[in-house]
Design a protein around this ligand. Structure first.
Ligand code: 13P
Ligand code: SF4
Length: 301
Protein backbone atom coordinates (compact mmCIF):
# COMPACT_ATOMS: atom_id res chain seq x y z
CA UNK A 1 0.00 0.00 0.00
CA UNK A 2 1.23 3.51 -0.73
CA UNK A 3 1.36 6.33 1.81
CA UNK A 4 -1.45 8.04 -0.07
CA UNK A 5 -3.79 5.06 0.03
CA UNK A 6 -2.98 4.50 3.72
CA UNK A 7 -3.93 8.10 4.42
CA UNK A 8 -7.19 7.83 2.50
CA UNK A 9 -8.11 4.61 4.30
CA UNK A 10 -7.29 5.96 7.78
CA UNK A 11 -9.08 9.23 7.07
CA UNK A 12 -12.28 7.28 6.45
CA UNK A 13 -11.83 4.91 9.39
CA UNK A 14 -11.21 7.75 11.84
CA UNK A 15 -13.80 10.13 10.42
CA UNK A 16 -11.11 12.74 9.74
CA UNK A 17 -10.94 15.56 7.23
CA UNK A 18 -7.74 17.02 5.78
CA UNK A 19 -7.45 20.75 5.11
CA UNK A 20 -4.40 21.96 3.18
CA UNK A 21 -3.07 25.37 2.24
CA UNK A 22 -1.84 25.97 -1.33
CA UNK A 23 1.73 26.41 -0.02
CA UNK A 24 2.18 22.79 1.12
CA UNK A 25 3.65 20.24 -1.28
CA UNK A 26 1.44 19.07 -4.13
CA UNK A 27 1.36 15.44 -2.91
CA UNK A 28 -0.10 16.68 0.40
CA UNK A 29 -2.64 18.83 -1.44
CA UNK A 30 -3.63 15.70 -3.39
CA UNK A 31 -4.80 13.82 -0.26
CA UNK A 32 -6.66 16.81 1.18
CA UNK A 33 -10.45 17.15 1.17
CA UNK A 34 -10.20 20.92 0.99
CA UNK A 35 -7.35 23.01 -0.43
CA UNK A 36 -7.43 26.77 -0.41
CA UNK A 37 -6.30 30.14 0.86
CA UNK A 38 -6.46 31.12 4.53
CA UNK A 39 -9.94 32.62 4.32
CA UNK A 40 -11.47 29.65 2.52
CA UNK A 41 -9.87 27.23 4.97
CA UNK A 42 -11.14 29.14 8.00
CA UNK A 43 -14.66 29.10 6.56
CA UNK A 44 -14.39 25.37 5.82
CA UNK A 45 -13.19 24.75 9.38
CA UNK A 46 -16.53 26.04 10.69
CA UNK A 47 -18.54 23.74 8.41
CA UNK A 48 -16.93 20.31 8.42
CA UNK A 49 -18.69 17.67 10.47
CA UNK A 50 -15.88 15.12 10.90
CA UNK A 51 -14.50 14.54 14.43
CA UNK A 52 -10.86 15.16 13.50
CA UNK A 53 -9.38 17.99 11.43
CA UNK A 54 -5.84 17.42 10.13
CA UNK A 55 -4.48 20.83 9.18
CA UNK A 56 -1.70 20.71 6.60
CA UNK A 57 -0.47 24.24 7.13
CA UNK A 58 1.26 26.39 9.73
CA UNK A 59 0.48 26.91 13.40
CA UNK A 60 -1.83 29.94 13.19
CA UNK A 61 -4.05 28.02 10.76
CA UNK A 62 -4.44 25.02 13.07
CA UNK A 63 -4.98 27.37 16.00
CA UNK A 64 -7.71 29.29 14.17
CA UNK A 65 -9.43 26.03 13.21
CA UNK A 66 -9.37 24.93 16.85
CA UNK A 67 -10.67 28.28 18.11
CA UNK A 68 -13.55 28.14 15.63
CA UNK A 69 -14.19 24.47 16.51
CA UNK A 70 -13.42 23.98 20.19
CA UNK A 71 -15.13 20.58 20.33
CA UNK A 72 -13.09 19.05 17.50
CA UNK A 73 -9.70 17.40 17.58
CA UNK A 74 -7.33 19.47 15.42
CA UNK A 75 -4.03 17.78 14.53
CA UNK A 76 -0.93 19.32 12.94
CA UNK A 77 1.25 16.97 10.83
CA UNK A 78 4.24 19.14 11.77
CA UNK A 79 3.84 21.06 15.05
CA UNK A 80 7.06 22.99 14.39
CA UNK A 81 5.65 24.58 11.23
CA UNK A 82 5.15 28.15 12.37
CA UNK A 83 4.79 31.41 10.49
CA UNK A 84 7.40 33.90 11.75
CA UNK A 85 5.17 36.83 10.89
CA UNK A 86 2.56 35.61 13.38
CA UNK A 87 4.83 36.81 16.22
CA UNK A 88 5.80 40.19 14.77
CA UNK A 89 3.53 42.41 16.86
CA UNK A 90 3.19 42.89 20.61
CA UNK A 91 0.30 43.57 22.94
CA UNK A 92 2.24 46.56 24.31
CA UNK A 93 2.17 48.19 20.85
CA UNK A 94 -1.60 47.61 20.73
CA UNK A 95 -2.14 49.12 24.21
CA UNK A 96 -0.06 52.17 23.27
CA UNK A 97 -2.04 52.72 20.09
CA UNK A 98 -5.36 52.32 21.92
CA UNK A 99 -4.27 55.06 24.33
CA UNK A 100 -3.55 57.38 21.43
CA UNK A 101 -6.82 56.93 19.51
CA UNK A 102 -10.32 56.72 21.01
CA UNK A 103 -11.94 55.15 17.98
CA UNK A 104 -9.12 52.74 17.09
CA UNK A 105 -9.89 49.41 15.41
CA UNK A 106 -7.11 46.85 15.73
CA UNK A 107 -7.19 44.84 12.52
CA UNK A 108 -5.28 41.61 12.86
CA UNK A 109 -4.06 39.63 9.86
CA UNK A 110 -4.98 35.99 10.46
CA UNK A 111 -1.22 35.24 10.23
CA UNK A 112 -0.90 36.01 13.95
CA UNK A 113 -0.81 34.16 17.27
CA UNK A 114 -4.05 33.40 19.11
CA UNK A 115 -2.81 35.73 21.86
CA UNK A 116 -2.49 38.70 19.47
CA UNK A 117 -6.00 38.00 18.21
CA UNK A 118 -7.37 38.37 21.74
CA UNK A 119 -6.34 42.06 21.74
CA UNK A 120 -7.80 42.72 18.29
CA UNK A 121 -11.18 43.88 17.03
CA UNK A 122 -11.33 41.94 13.81
CA UNK A 123 -9.24 39.48 11.85
CA UNK A 124 -8.66 39.68 8.12
CA UNK A 125 -6.97 37.64 5.42
CA UNK A 126 -5.42 38.89 2.20
CA UNK A 127 -8.65 38.11 0.36
CA UNK A 128 -10.97 40.22 2.52
CA UNK A 129 -8.77 42.86 4.23
CA UNK A 130 -9.71 45.75 1.91
CA UNK A 131 -13.44 45.02 2.13
CA UNK A 132 -13.40 44.69 5.91
CA UNK A 133 -11.29 47.78 6.61
CA UNK A 134 -13.43 49.83 4.21
CA UNK A 135 -16.62 48.80 6.03
CA UNK A 136 -15.40 49.36 9.59
CA UNK A 137 -16.99 52.39 11.25
CA UNK A 138 -13.60 53.44 12.70
CA UNK A 139 -11.38 56.00 10.98
CA UNK A 140 -8.19 54.96 12.76
CA UNK A 141 -6.97 51.47 12.01
CA UNK A 142 -3.96 49.76 13.58
CA UNK A 143 -3.05 47.01 11.12
CA UNK A 144 -0.96 44.17 12.60
CA UNK A 145 1.37 42.40 11.99
CA UNK A 146 2.08 42.66 8.23
CA UNK A 147 3.26 46.09 7.12
CA UNK A 148 3.09 45.16 3.43
CA UNK A 149 -0.50 43.93 3.40
CA UNK A 150 -1.32 46.91 5.66
CA UNK A 151 0.25 49.34 3.19
CA UNK A 152 -1.59 47.73 0.29
CA UNK A 153 -4.90 48.05 2.18
CA UNK A 154 -4.13 51.68 3.14
CA UNK A 155 -3.79 52.58 -0.54
CA UNK A 156 -7.21 51.11 -1.34
CA UNK A 157 -8.93 52.95 1.53
CA UNK A 158 -7.45 56.47 1.53
CA UNK A 159 -10.36 57.70 3.66
CA UNK A 160 -8.93 55.77 6.65
CA UNK A 161 -5.87 56.46 8.77
CA UNK A 162 -4.12 53.07 8.57
CA UNK A 163 -1.25 52.82 11.04
CA UNK A 164 1.29 50.17 10.13
CA UNK A 165 3.17 47.70 12.28
CA UNK A 166 6.66 46.35 11.50
CA UNK A 167 5.85 42.72 10.64
CA UNK A 168 6.69 41.11 7.32
CA UNK A 169 6.84 37.73 5.61
CA UNK A 170 10.50 36.71 5.15
CA UNK A 171 9.55 34.75 2.01
CA UNK A 172 7.70 37.52 0.21
CA UNK A 173 10.09 40.35 1.10
CA UNK A 174 12.93 38.25 -0.35
CA UNK A 175 11.45 39.03 -3.78
CA UNK A 176 13.12 42.30 -4.80
CA UNK A 177 12.36 45.06 -7.29
CA UNK A 178 15.55 44.17 -9.15
CA UNK A 179 14.36 40.58 -9.62
CA UNK A 180 11.12 41.90 -11.09
CA UNK A 181 12.92 44.26 -13.47
CA UNK A 182 15.23 41.47 -14.67
CA UNK A 183 12.52 38.87 -15.22
CA UNK A 184 10.30 41.35 -17.02
CA UNK A 185 13.17 41.95 -19.49
CA UNK A 186 13.38 38.20 -20.06
CA UNK A 187 9.64 37.63 -20.48
CA UNK A 188 8.19 40.97 -21.62
CA UNK A 189 4.81 39.43 -22.54
CA UNK A 190 4.28 37.85 -19.13
CA UNK A 191 1.82 39.31 -16.65
CA UNK A 192 2.89 39.69 -13.01
CA UNK A 193 0.57 38.31 -10.30
CA UNK A 194 1.68 39.15 -6.77
CA UNK A 195 0.63 38.47 -3.19
CA UNK A 196 0.09 41.64 -1.11
CA UNK A 197 2.75 40.42 1.35
CA UNK A 198 5.30 41.55 -1.28
CA UNK A 199 6.88 44.98 -0.79
CA UNK A 200 5.37 48.06 -2.46
CA UNK A 201 8.47 48.25 -4.71
CA UNK A 202 7.44 44.87 -6.17
CA UNK A 203 3.67 45.46 -6.09
CA UNK A 204 3.95 48.59 -8.24
CA UNK A 205 4.79 46.34 -11.23
CA UNK A 206 1.94 43.91 -10.63
CA UNK A 207 -0.90 43.39 -13.09
CA UNK A 208 -2.82 41.64 -10.34
CA UNK A 209 -2.50 41.69 -6.52
CA UNK A 210 -4.42 39.19 -4.40
CA UNK A 211 -4.53 36.15 -2.16
CA UNK A 212 -3.28 32.74 -3.26
CA UNK A 213 -6.74 31.79 -4.60
CA UNK A 214 -7.05 35.21 -6.22
CA UNK A 215 -3.74 34.66 -8.01
CA UNK A 216 -4.80 31.19 -9.15
CA UNK A 217 -8.13 32.49 -10.52
CA UNK A 218 -6.43 35.45 -12.20
CA UNK A 219 -3.92 33.24 -14.04
CA UNK A 220 -6.55 30.68 -15.03
CA UNK A 221 -9.05 33.29 -16.26
CA UNK A 222 -6.74 35.81 -17.94
CA UNK A 223 -6.24 35.61 -21.65
CA UNK A 224 -2.42 35.46 -21.58
CA UNK A 225 -0.01 32.53 -21.88
CA UNK A 226 2.81 33.60 -19.53
CA UNK A 227 2.79 34.70 -15.91
CA UNK A 228 5.41 35.73 -13.38
CA UNK A 229 4.22 34.61 -9.96
CA UNK A 230 5.30 36.67 -6.93
CA UNK A 231 4.25 34.28 -4.21
CA UNK A 232 5.22 30.82 -2.97
CA UNK A 233 5.31 28.32 -5.86
CA UNK A 234 2.86 25.98 -4.07
CA UNK A 235 0.11 27.70 -6.10
CA UNK A 236 1.55 26.23 -9.31
CA UNK A 237 -0.08 22.81 -8.79
CA UNK A 238 -3.64 24.16 -8.80
CA UNK A 239 -2.93 26.45 -11.76
CA UNK A 240 -1.47 23.55 -13.77
CA UNK A 241 -4.51 21.44 -13.02
CA UNK A 242 -6.91 24.14 -14.20
CA UNK A 243 -4.83 25.68 -17.00
CA UNK A 244 -2.11 23.23 -18.03
CA UNK A 245 -0.99 25.27 -21.03
CA UNK A 246 0.10 28.38 -19.13
CA UNK A 247 3.81 29.13 -18.63
CA UNK A 248 4.65 30.08 -15.05
CA UNK A 249 7.86 31.79 -13.91
CA UNK A 250 9.21 32.34 -10.41
CA UNK A 251 11.39 35.34 -9.58
CA UNK A 252 13.93 33.23 -7.72
CA UNK A 253 14.75 29.51 -7.72
CA UNK A 254 13.70 28.75 -4.11
CA UNK A 255 10.32 30.49 -3.97
CA UNK A 256 9.02 28.29 -1.16
CA UNK A 257 7.72 28.76 2.38
CA UNK A 258 10.19 26.74 4.45
CA UNK A 259 7.59 26.42 7.21
CA UNK A 260 4.89 24.98 4.96
CA UNK A 261 7.50 22.71 3.34
CA UNK A 262 7.94 20.95 6.68
CA UNK A 263 4.51 19.36 6.21
CA UNK A 264 5.10 16.10 4.33
CA UNK A 265 2.90 13.19 3.25
CA UNK A 266 4.64 10.86 5.75
CA UNK A 267 3.85 13.28 8.57
CA UNK A 268 0.19 13.43 7.52
CA UNK A 269 0.02 9.64 7.74
CA UNK A 270 1.87 9.62 11.03
CA UNK A 271 -0.43 12.16 12.68
CA UNK A 272 -3.49 10.22 11.51
CA UNK A 273 -2.07 6.99 12.94
CA UNK A 274 -0.89 8.44 16.25
CA UNK A 275 -3.49 11.18 16.70
CA UNK A 276 -0.71 13.25 18.26
CA UNK A 277 0.34 16.89 17.78
CA UNK A 278 -3.10 18.02 18.86
CA UNK A 279 -3.68 21.77 18.95
CA UNK A 280 -4.63 23.10 22.38
CA UNK A 281 -5.60 26.71 22.93
CA UNK A 282 -6.12 28.04 26.44
CA UNK A 283 -9.87 28.32 27.05
CA UNK A 284 -9.83 32.03 27.94
CA UNK A 285 -7.57 32.87 25.00
CA UNK A 286 -9.76 30.84 22.66
CA UNK A 287 -12.93 32.57 23.87
CA UNK A 288 -11.46 36.03 23.28
CA UNK A 289 -9.76 35.14 19.99
CA UNK A 290 -12.99 33.70 18.62
CA UNK A 291 -14.60 37.17 18.55
CA UNK A 292 -12.34 38.79 15.91
CA UNK A 293 -12.38 35.58 13.87
CA UNK A 294 -16.17 35.28 13.79
CA UNK A 295 -16.45 39.02 13.13
CA UNK A 296 -14.24 38.49 10.08
CA UNK A 297 -16.49 35.68 8.85
CA UNK A 298 -19.51 37.97 9.29
CA UNK A 299 -18.01 41.11 7.71
CA UNK A 300 -16.52 39.27 4.75
CA UNK A 301 -19.91 37.95 3.60
P1 13P B 1 -3.47 33.45 1.60
O1 13P B 1 -4.50 33.84 2.58
O2 13P B 1 -3.45 34.31 0.38
O3 13P B 1 -3.59 32.01 1.24
O4 13P B 1 -2.03 33.69 2.23
C1 13P B 1 -1.56 33.03 3.33
C2 13P B 1 -0.15 33.27 3.53
O5 13P B 1 0.44 32.84 4.48
C3 13P B 1 0.56 34.07 2.57
O6 13P B 1 1.93 34.07 2.85
FE1 SF4 C 1 4.10 32.92 6.95
FE2 SF4 C 1 5.27 33.90 4.81
FE3 SF4 C 1 5.00 31.27 5.04
FE4 SF4 C 1 2.88 32.80 4.56
S1 SF4 C 1 4.65 32.47 3.22
S2 SF4 C 1 3.00 31.17 6.07
S3 SF4 C 1 3.40 34.65 5.74
S4 SF4 C 1 6.23 32.63 6.34
Amino acid sequence: MSVTSDILKLKKEKNAVILAHYYVDEDVQEVADYVGDSFYLSKVATKVDQDIIVFAGVEFMGESAKILNPEKKVLMPEPGADCPMAHMATKEEIFKMREQYDDLAVVCYINSTAELKTYSDVCVTSSNAVKIVKNLPNKNIFFIPDQNLGRFVAKQVPEKNVILNKGFCPRHVAITENMVVEIKKKYPQAKLAAHPECTEEVLKYADYIGSTSGIIDYVVDTDCEEFIIATVDGVFGEIRKKAPGKKLYTLKPDQVCVNMKMVTLDKVLDVLEQENNEVFVDEEVAKKAMKPLTRMLELAK
